[in-house]
Write a protein that binds this ligand. Structure first.
Ligand code: ATR
Length: 271
């Protein structure tokens, strides 16, 4: 049995053991995938124990993503850009760090939702780790322009300054959001507390897709606003969650699982 795990704190609600269990069943792989709630000051020690016990790889969630990037012996580009890792592979005792959230998001939008990104104008609400990780995969998918709006404008500007040289990236506050977007995404943590964002309705007019990165929160204030304001289609983050897990599974084990049945099993209709 090959051992994998998710490290985070708290982990009460995690779907990752289910997702990886389904992938393994589908491919006939003999793996275990545990949720390990490490003490907030005990991540490195918990990782050491896991590796010593033969662990082959692990995912990382709040609050350990930045620490995982620092702990790694080797980091792939997405980790360097984000300063955070959500996936680590153990190779000859060395920790190799990746970050699949952005890639998973692009795969969900293009492959599952069937919304093309090439040449599109995209608005991100929020400038935290989730947006940071998504910008490069979006530019690589050929988007025409990315606008990052954030309450704290300087955080959006920092991402623009870092990644702007690779494509068209703008930064602004919510009050300066214009219209004409094809895709609008909420990458803030506002939905977790049920808070609304001051996005002008014009941002959604004619949009093909409004995407809430959170999963399992139903029709959040962001999605309600998007629907009222004319967005053609609404989606939450279930597909992103399953796609980043599939990226991890494929990286660890060399075979890519089929995500469709797992997404279907986990989808909660946005009534
Ligand atoms: P993550 O790494 O998960 O993206 P983060 O780095 O803490 O989390 O970023 C959280 C994002 O949600 C930020 O863009 C934050 O805005 P600020 O940078 O201005 O703090 C945003 N956010 C959280 N609660 C919000 C609220 N009530 N209204 C507006 N933005 C909010």
């Amino acid at each position: 049995t090959d051992r994998y795990a998710l490290f985070g704190n708290p982990l009460g609600h995690t779907k990752s053991p289910f997702i990886h269990g389904e992938f393994a069943r589908q491919l006939g792989d003999d793996i275990s995938y545990e949720a390990i709630e490490a003490p907030v000051d005990g991540f490195a020690a918990a990782v050491r124990d896991f590796v010593k016990a033969g662990g082959k790889g692990f995912n990382v969630t709040v609050p350990f993503k930045v620490e995982a990037a620092e702990l790694a012996d080797e980091a792939h580009e997405a980790v360097v850009v984000c300063g955070a890792s959500n996936c680590v592979k153990v190779e000859d005792g060395q920790l190799v760090a990746e970050n699949f959230d952005g890639v998973g998001l692009v795969r969900d939008i293009v492959d599952n939702l069937g919304v093309a990104l090439k040449g599109r104008r995209v608005l991100f609400a929020g400038a935290g780790g989730a947006t940071r990780g998504a910008v490069v995969p979006f530019l690589e998918a050929g988007v025409g322009e990315i606008v990052i709006a954030n309450r704290t404008v300087s955080k959006a500007e920092a991402i623009r300054d870092l990644l702007g040289p690779r494509g068209s990236v703008q930064a602004c506050g919510y009050e300066d959001i214009s219209g004409g977007f094809d895709i609008v995404l909420n990458s803030t943590s506002a939905s977790l507390s049920g808070a609304a964002l001051p996005i002008p309705p014009a941002a959604f007019e004619g949009a093909r897709l409004a995407y809430e990165m959170a999963y399992g929160k139903g029709k959040t204030p962001f999605l309600e606003l998007a629907e009222r304001s004319g967005a053609e289609r609404l989606a939450d983050g279930v597909g992103m969650l399953v796609e980043q897990a599939a990226e991890a599974f494929a990286w660890w084990r060399g075979r890519r699982p089929d995500t469709a049945p797992v997404i279907e099993a986990m989808t909660i209709p946005l009534e």
